[in-house]
Design a protein around this ligand. Structure first.
Ligand SMILES: Nc1ncnc2c1ncn2[C@@H]1O[C@H](COP(=O)(O)OP(=O)(O)OP(=O)(O)O)[C@@H](O)[C@H]1O
Ligand SMILES: [Mg+2]
Length: 388
């Protein structure tokens, strides 16, 4: 597309994470010393403009993106966006052994068994993970990915209306994984099983990876919105006040003595969200148990969850001490994700104060941005190879 090469943005790439609560932008730059964070910022998503992962008001979202671009002084660039939501499917499925050509022809039909959405209105992709040699087994392992077409199109529309150049739309769990794998040495170690919990506003997504490979992903409809709603009802305040209280004054506590140290409103708020945190933890446990069953981990006995650790991301991971609460309940090390600084993605030029408080929300954006940066690098490598 276009006759002139994009000289100014050739070595940068933008990841845009359009959530129901906030739009997060991460621009990465490929430097001779490695990948560096070039720009990062976020803006509130206009009310009711993103629902169930679909940008229902692309114009309003595009305006918010434009303001964000202006504030960050980002002129143009290639953007990778990410979709997530209850209608997005990403799962490993067993299918009869067949060639890629046969699979391409029949995938729409096969996908019907796994997606809740009409397959005609979906974008369906696949990757063969393991194809047994002929005659050895009748089934092969395939990664199936599907998303409603209007969900993907709505993201592209918002990006284009904001004057940016959409390069790809991928599913958020893969972006999260890429972000972790690029910055966290432990996740690529053999034998490591990491669960990443993105606690956003409408949803919490749990993605489990083993030896740096995707295993499973699930959405749980309990996150920041539900916490705000519980606080609103318990304290009889409006949404704005409940959000304010949640984001600035409260913390998660692990005992009544600890709760007593908070001011009265924060005490009430922390009490109000506890049943939701416990419900979320039950759902996480269910996913971990399903993972163990699926993997049939030989050492996954009672109480042994099979995952080595849990990383928390998303805006609601900023609730003070939430990781300690999860760790105490689940009995596995729980940390807040950290992708910038400390030997990870270098971030000298970026406002450190902003990064300190927003880092957990930028994981998806960073992973999305890495996708095109990687492919730009690969493309350069390919060109160099051909030239030799
Ligand atoms: N300091 C804080 N303490 C607690 N919660 C916070 C804090 N800061 C932000 N949040 C909450 O984080 C949520 C927004 O996080 P995030 O940007 O990850 O969500 P999103 O991607 O827009 O949502 P989704 O992916 O679910 O559509 C909101 O519910 C917000 O209230
Ligand atoms: Mg999100």
């Amino acid at each position: 597309m276009g006759l002139l090469p994009k000289l100014s943005t050739g070595n940068t790439s933008i990841g845009l994470d359009i959530g129901s609560s906030a739009i997060k932008l991460v621009q990465l730059q490929d430097t001779k010393n490695g990948v560096a964070l070039y720009k990062a910022g976020s803006a509130p998503t206009p009310r009711e403009s993103v629902k169930g992962g679909v940008v229902v008001d692309p114009l309003a979202v595009a305006k918010a993106i434009e303001s964000l671009l202006e504030a960050l002084q980002v002129e143009s660039g290639t953007v990778t966006a990410g979709v997530a939501g209850p209608t997005v499917v990403v799962r490993e499925v067993p299918l009869p052994v067949m060639s890629d050509r046969q699979l391409r022809k029949s995938i729409q039909w096969e996908a019907r068994n796994y997606i809740s959405f009409p397959v005609e209105d979906s974008i369906v992709e696949f990757e063969v993970l393991e194809r047994p040699p002929a005659g050895e087994a009748s089934q092969m392992r395939v990664m199936l990915v599907a998303a409603p077409r209007d969900m993907v199109d709505s993201q592209v529309e918002a990006v284009e209306l904001a004057g940016l150049d959409p390069a790809a739309v991928e599913i958020q769990p893969f972006a999260m994984m890429r972000g972790i794998l690029a910055t966290d040495g432990m996740a690529t170690e053999e034998g490591d099983t990491t669960a990443v919990l993105g606690i956003g506003a409408a949803y919490t997504d749990i993605t489990i990876m083993k030896d740096g490979m995707f295993v499973l992903s699930r959405m749980i409809p309990i996150a920041g919105d539900a916490f705000t709603e519980a606080i609103k009802n318990a304290l009889d305040v409006d949404t704005e006040e409940a959000t304010q209280l949640k984001e600035t004054a409260m913390q998660v506590v692990s005992s009544e003595e600890e709760r007593a140290t908070l001011d009265p409103a924060a005490q009430q708020a922390s009490r109000a969200i506890e049943p939701l945190l416990d419900e979320l933890i039950r759902e996480v446990r269910r996913s971990l148990a399903y993972h163990d069953y699926q993997q049939q981990a030989p050492d996954a006995g009672a109480g042994d969850l099979g995952v080595s650790r849990i990383l928390l991301a998303g805006g609601s991971a900023k609730l003070p001490r939430v990781h300690e609460y999860f760790q105490a309940q689940l009995g596995v090390p729980v940390e807040i994700v950290s992708v910038f600084g400390n030997g990870h993605l270098q971030a000298q030029g970026v406002n450190q104060e902003y990064l300190r408080s927003h880092a957990p929300t930028l994981l998806v954006g960073a992973g999305l941005a890495l996708r095109e940066l990687r492919s730009a690098k690969q493309r350069r490598g390919e060109v160099a190879e051909k030239a030799q």
